[in-house]
Design a protein around this ligand. Sequence first.
Ligand code: NAP
Length: 242
Amino acid sequence: MKCALVTGGSRGIGRAICAKMAAMGYYVLINYKTNTAEAEKTLQLVQDNGGEGELLQFDVADKEQIKDVLDGWMNANEAKDIEVLVNNAGIRDDSLMVWLKDEQWDSVIKTSLDSFFYVTRLVLEDMMLNRYGRIINVVSLSGIKGMPGQTNYSAAKAGVIGATKALAQEVGRSGITVNAVAPGFIKTDMTEILDEKELKRSIPVNRFGLPEEVAHAVGFLASKEAGYITGEVLSINGGLYT
Ligand code: NAP
């Protein structure tokens, strides 16, 4: 059975990606940190899309939990191959750097950058043995241009972009592609407190994006037909580059 693992699949962009993976025929592993009720809604959406899946609760910022839960699942499910990995889980905790606390730096870096390393390294070995895999990392416009008030978040996402490009070169011969998508402003809980009316004026398409629009791009990069695209960062930002 072919599986897609989506970290942070309980809400927002991750939920839309889970639905897309289900529509593509994957058994969907829905990772989340705490919000079981929302994760169950994602599972229902997966089933509504004609798919199957299960919840896999672990904190991607905690390498011990990744090892216990994800490695444990892989050992217990040897007939199931994770063919697609979407490193989507992420948080923001903004502050101007002069006031940024140690914990704000650590939690944001751990949730996006460390998790990329610990989750991907675990999943990579089987992909290499199977000589096929699709890894898609959800980064951000902040990681490309840098955003004031987000030195932690920009650094985490820029780090993942560098790692995406490096890993793509390591595993291309094994039939594995590694790409990133870089959303701009997308309507989710993460952007709920932002003033869309004010901010959309700076966006050429004149609106925030939808999670499904990010999921569509992830689905494309996860497809077999995208096998000659690797090490790429695809912006999904309504034209907001600068
Ligand atoms: P969201 O609505 O806040 O959802 C975050 C998801 O990540 C939830 O499923 C949450 O699980 C999960 N999560 C957070 N910390 C986790 C952890 N330590 N371990 C496991 N799961 C964790 O966020 P979103 O807007 O969909 O963002 C998804 C990704 O897109 C993030 O990487 C974000 O940085 C990136 N992004 C978003 C935007 C945007 O405008 N929304 C723009 C650029 C990039 P629980 O439900 O259990 O909390």
